[in-house]
Design a protein around this ligand. Structure first.
Ligand SMILES: C[S@@+](CC[C@H](N)C(=O)[O-])C[C@H]1O[C@@H](n2cnc3c(N)ncnc32)[C@H](O)[C@@H]1O
Length: 473
């Protein structure tokens, strides 16, 4: 087993956040453990930024990260100590050896790990989940999938061809990238299906970061899998498929045309439907949620289930006219919103955010906006339906946690310590809602100042940092 020593990037992954995972599980009639006080384990945590950012925003939850790479765990421990984290432990340990008490974690995360480990380690990973997940706990596993990875495998083979075995990891990345760059313009039949596929798969890798090439393409193990094989593997460990952690990736939120195609070709079984969906879209990556077999799941979606959750704005607001808002959804679609209740919800989210806003806050304003006082008793059902529709259009997401974040700056503002640390090296920083936000140079410089010791004048940069959820005072 090789151990790459190019540290993986200091990245965070919103879809792996228990607040989002629990929200999707709740929609499926499942009662997951409370997130604010959850016990969270990340397997193959790399440099630890993902759970470190979660641990900062959820001070009453407890986090454990394991990785077998000493380089990565050293960096994780250094970051945790730099931000004074007290609710997180990082252990340099292999998934093969990890031993913890039964049912001792409520959420288990394995991002970017399952496809990159040997079959024996994949079995060990599933066995950890089977043993250590609490009865209603949820595990998140991301993995490369076929059919999408069928063509990417060729790009991997090209890079590996040039990267000499035995060279240092940095050298292998350089050789692989340089060899691929020479190959692309020399392809003899660039218009052929092969030529086009290779160009499409290899060209983006020429400028990709070293850690990405080292861990995704030049790593010893990269075993994509079909969804149906992944779920069969999970079933051997008494685990069942729950859903995809990103709501919009689930077959049950598809538009009616795709749903019809699934009905006709895959029937009612969720596993066949999801596999057929992968064939339809050429899926290459999944972020699947698992729970213990036998735990009841109700896929007849009832919007009211989301009423205990909170709403977090994820769309970008491009232009505001009195009754029509121009929006870019978090999946990149631009459109104008002029439905009264949706405009009202956007207004309220701007007013109450960036902290997730409990659904009850929307109740009376929407009853007023729609003049539906005569049928106010139906308010919950109607509002839940509207909130679910906005979630499935990428306007906002629903969350089951209450991250520690304030909506406005104090006279001596304090920003999240981890975001301050990140801002020393990058403009892409993680906010308290676990989203990666790109800052301007002014905002980046200001973020580094916000340690609570300085009087800071109001400014557009400070207002943006507050609106984007970076402040804790
Ligand atoms: C592709 S990286 C993903 C890192 C991190 N989860 C992320 O997504 O940013 C895979 C990680 O799994 C770790 N890993 C691989 N095999 C492992 C094992 N047997 N035990 C523990 N960690 C392992 C590697 O060291 C590496 O940090």
């Amino acid at each position: 087993m090789t151990e790459p020593d190019i540290a993986y990037g200091e990245l965070t992954f919103q879809d792996s956040h228990p607040g989002q995972i629990a929200a999707v599980a709740t929609l499926l009639g499942f009662t997951p453990p409370p997130v604010n006080t959850a016990r969270v384990l990340e397997l193959g945590c790399g440099t630890g930024f993902n759970i470190l950012a979660m641990s900062q925003a959820l001070p009453n939850a407890r986090f454990t990260g394991i990785d077998y790479s000493p380089v990565q765990i050293e960096r994780a421990l250094a970051s945790a100590s730099a931000v004074g984290a007290t609710n997180i432990a990082f252990l340099c340990e292999s998934i093969l050896d990890f031993a913890a008490e039964p049912a001792s974690f409520d959420y288990i995360i394995a991002h970017g790990v399952y496809s990159w480990i040997s079959g024996e380690t994949r079995d060990a990973l599933m066995a950890i989940i089977e043993r250590c997940l609490s009865p209603n706990g949820v595990a998140y596993i991301s993995y490369n999938t076929y059919p999408g990875w069928r063509s990417r495998i060729v790009a991997r083979d090209v890079l590996t061809f040039f990267a000499q075995p035995g060279a240092t990891p940095e050298e292998r990345v350089r050789l692989g990238r340089e060899g691929a760059a020479r190959l692309i313009p020399a392809i003899t039949n660039p218009e052929s299906l092969y030529g086009q596929t290779l160009q499409a798969e290899v060209a983006p890798l020429l400028n990709a970061p070293d850690y990405y090439l080292a861990h995704e393409y030049l790593v010893e193990n990269n075993f994509p899998t079909y969804f149906q094989d992944f779920t069969a593997h999970a079933a051997r460990f008494n685990l069942q498929y729950l859903a995809e952690s990103r709501l919009l990736a689930n077959s049950f939120v598809l538009g009616s045309d795709l749903r019809k195609a699934l009905d006709e070709n895959a029937g009612p079984d969720i596993l066949r439907r999801e596999q057929y969906l992968d064939f339809l879209i050429g899926c290459y990556f999944r972020q699947s949620l698992l729970c213990h077999a036998g735990v009841p799941i109700n896929r007849d979606i009832e919007a009211e289930r989301i009423l205990p959750l909170s709403v977090s704005l994820t769309a970008e607001i491009l232009d505001v006219q009195p009754d029509a808002w121009r929006i870019r959804s978090h999946i990149g679609a631009e459109f104008t919103v002029d439905d009264k209740p949706i405009v009202k919800i956007l207004e309220l989210l701007r007013q109450h955010g960036p902290a997730p806003v409990p659904t009850h806050v929307f109740m009376q304003p929407i009853i007023d906006a729609l003049s539906m006082h005569a049928v106010a008793a139906l308010g919950g059902t109607i509002i839940a339906g509207i909130l679910l529709a906005g979630w499935s259009r990428g306007l906002w997401i629903l969350r089951a946690d209450t991250p520690a974040v304030v909506n406005a700056a104090s006279a001596k503002p304090i920003a999240c310590p981890l975001a301050r640390l990140q801002s020393q090296r990058t403009t892409r920083c993680t906010n308290r809602l676990h989203r990666t936000i790109t800052l301007t140079a002014d905002e980046q410089a200001l973020l580094q100042q916000l340690d609570g010791t300085r009087d800071i004048e109001p400014s557009p940069a400070l207002a943006r940092l507050a609106a984007e959820g970076f402040l804790i005072a």
